[in-house]
Write a protein that binds this ligand. Structure first.
Ligand code: PLP
Length: 386
């Protein structure tokens, strides 16, 4: 795998013959009980480890193939573990590195349920969360205190798409021996290499672009060597695992990630640029466009943009926003994103550490694989109704 280009790795990774049995793809290996020939063989399977059948919760070749493929997509990574959803992966990663009495630095533009995890369960367990400005960069060092244990990033931010200076934050954290975590769901390892930027634990909601067809729930955490064992120990005692059907679907999605993401990017940029020119639109928040906070960092660090971004209406209220979204014919109204289809939802960023003023209601679009001219015509008709 070393030296091969990411597109090639997407095709080759995780396809060990002992797991595929000569088929192109591994089968769906379903198991709870694994039968051993003797007590000695059973004992030899302990402790549970990747590649050795032990018990269903500790994986089968379908799971190992996906884990190995995701690890090989992240140069510098040592291992990957799966979780029943992206939110499960966020929880699994955080619980493996944080303890009672610790302080966690959390980006203020984080995905809502991650914020809720910090403000409920982690708080109850004695972890204090300090929210920070997504554009803080190296200045994050000023927030490091005696009790700070970890820094969590999500780049770009949920709804508002601020691109974080991940390398600068990781360098500052590393100098203090802190653990760094990144929700890399938007870019995927194809467009942002988390470990190369200094991240210790990289989280993906595989529910989105890895699956790519809006028909599975799955999360993954990819780890560097230093935190891998803690991640696995925590996963095991929390009983976190993923079903083989989900792993199989995600592995299938992974193989076509490159072509899908490039089309999402092309369509997304075309629609975003068109929106920029519309009188009813005040602002377009798309990392590949200069108006997006952190656009320069995106240009420096990312190799692409995906199909998810927001735009802000020039005035109006939530009622007008709902009328516009309801009028769209090609955009579904629903949670999640990363499938082949376009979606539009109201977006209301929550902030507790920073202030944001957009001057109008915000809409988040996921641009799918439809022809962008059709999507633009649909949006044009919708905007005309305002
Ligand atoms: C950035 C981000 N992270 C994590 C998640 C959670 O993933 P899941 O829905 O699989 O729990 C989402 C879901 O929308 C998300 O947008």
């Amino acid at each position: 795998m070393k030296g091969r280009k990411p597109e090639t790795r997407l095709v080759e990774a995780g396809r060990r013959k002992e797991w595929t049995q000569g088929l192109v793809n591994p089968a769906v290996w379903r198991a709870s009980t694994i039968l051993f020939d003797s007590v000695a063989e059973m004992e030899a399977a302990n402790p549970p480890r990747e590649g050795v059948l032990h018990y269903g919760r500790n994986g089968t070749p379908t799971i190992w193939a996906l884990c190995e493929a995701l690890t090989q997509m992240e140069p510098g990574a040592a291992m990957t573990r799966l979780y029943p959803s992206g939110s499960g992966a966020v929880a699994g990663a955080l619980l493996s590195v944080i303890e009672a009495g610790d302080e966690l630095l959390m980006v203020d533009s984080v995905y809502g349920p991650t914020r809720s995890l910090c403000d409920s369960v982690l708080k109850r367990l004695g972890v204090r969360t300090v929210y920070y400005d997504p554009l803080i960069g190296a200045d994050i060092a000023a927030l490091f205190g005696e009790k700070t244990r970890a820094v969590f990033m999500e780049s770009p931010g949920t709804h508002s798409f601020e691109v974080q200076d991940v390398p600068a934050i990781c360098a500052a954290a590393k100098a203090r021996g802190l653990v760094t975590l990144l929700d890399n769901t938007w870019a995927t390892p194809l467009f942002f290499q988390a470990m190369a930027a200094g991240v210790d634990l990289s989280i993906l909601a595989c529910t989105k672009y890895i699956g790519g067809h809006a028909d599975l729930m799955l999360g993954s955490v990819t780890a560097v060597e230093a935190v891998g064992e803690r991640l696995e120990r925590t996963r095991r005692v929390l009983g976190q695992t993923a079903g083989p059907d989900e792993a199989w679907l995600a592995l299938r999605g992974l193989r076509t990630l490159d072509v899908r993401l490039k089309r999402h990017q092309e369509n997304g940029v075309k629609v975003a640029r068109w929106l920029q020119g519309q009188p009813q639109v005040a602002r377009v928040l798309h990392p590949a466009l200069p108006d997006c906070p952190g656009h320069d960092v995106w240009q420096r660090d990312f190799t692409g943009a995906t199909g998810l971004f927001s735009f802000v209406l020039d005035g109006g209220d939530a009622g007008a926003r709902a009328r516009l979204i309801d009028a769209l014919e090609l955009f579904g109204i629903g949670y999640s994103w990363g499938g082949y289809e376009s979606l539009a939802v109201p977006a209301d960023p929550v902030r507790t550490a920073t202030r944001t003023q957009y001057g109008g209601p915000m809409i988040r679009l996921h641009i799918g694989l439809e022809h962008p001219d059709d999507l633009i015509a649909d949006l044009k008709a919708g905007l005309a109704r305002l």
